[in-house]
Design a protein around this ligand. Structure first.
Ligand code: FPP
Length: 253
């Protein structure tokens, strides 16, 4: 933690420090972790931790707007999460649809364009329709882009990209030696937006968990012990202040 960012500082003070700090990162990505532990600590069912997690999503989006981020990516549901108990998966899908219903108006009013990426064909028809509705509803606004990774796994994404490029080679449309970083990046779900500058993970776990493996090559990483349902805009601002204090070298000196 940098000097001047003690836990007692208010969100407003932290935001002022972010604004004075020389520009926010363009793109922040977040691994939202700890909903289950939060529920356990409060004597609640796991799904109630996810419900509180949804409130933290709302708070984080508002904080991202205040900080002036251009892109915010949230890891909402991983490919591996499909192996959780059926009731938990169903609760997460219900929350997703509830999120669309309760937030889509505010998101549009606040200028947040939502884009959803992942293996969406694995979602139920109603969940898929809900996320498509959210994307359509916010398509015309552009103050900030909120990217939701749903049914997402980075290795699966890279495999799909390689298949796309291999098919182009097989059809004679692409020479193997024309495959470069730009081509690979262009075949990923995230091809239309910049890579994250800052990756935040909550609940203290030091893992990447199959999230944006290609895209975080040069991201700064900030891990906080805060469990996701307790994460608020002050925590986001602290992470950004931590980022602003880093020296980014991109492999140079
Ligand atoms: C990790 O906590 C969190 C998830 C698997 C789901 C994230 C979902 C939300 C924050 C709510 C819905 C979000 C949207 C955008 C509608 P965990 O269950 O792995 O926690 P644990 O490691 O403590 O068990």
């Amino acid at each position: 933690m940098r000097a001047g960012t003690s836990a007692v500082e208010s969100a407003a003070q932290l935001l002022a420090a972010v604004r004075a700090g020389g520009g926010p990162p363009t793109h922040v990505a977040v691994i939202m972790d700890g909903n289950g532990r939060w529920a356990y600590e409060h004597g609640l069912a796991r799904w109630e931790g996810h419900r509180e997690g949804m409130a933290a999503v709302r708070e984080t989006v508002e904080g991202a707007l205040e900080a002036g981020l251009a892109h915010l990516t949230l890891y909402a549901f991983s490919s591996e999460n499909w192996s959780r108990p059926e009731e938990e998966v169903a609760a997460l899908m219900d929350l997703l649809q509830e999120f669309v219903d309760s937030e889509k108006e505010d998101l549009r009013r606040n200028g947040v364009r939502v884009r959803v990426f992942g293996e969406l064909d694995r979602l139920s028809e109603s969940a898929r329709a809900a996320v498509r509705d959210l994307e359509g509803h916010t398509r015309e606004v552009g103050r900030m882009q909120l990217h939701l990774a749903i049914s997402y796994g980075s290795r699966q994404e890279i495999v799909a990209a390689l298949r796309t490029l291999a098919a182009e080679v097989a059809r004679g449309e692409l020479r193997p030696d024309a495959i470069d970083e730009e081509r690979v990046a262009g075949a990923l779900y995230t091809s239309e937006w910049p890579d994250p500058d800052l990756l935040i993970r909550t609940s203290g776990e030091m893992r990447i968990s199959n999230f944006l493996l290609w895209q975080i090559a040069y991201a700064e990483i900030h891990v906080t012990d805060v469990l996701w349902p307790d994460f608020g805009r002050a925590d986001l601002f602290r992470a950004i202040l931590d980022f602003q204090g880093r020296e980014r070298r991109f492999g140079g000196v």
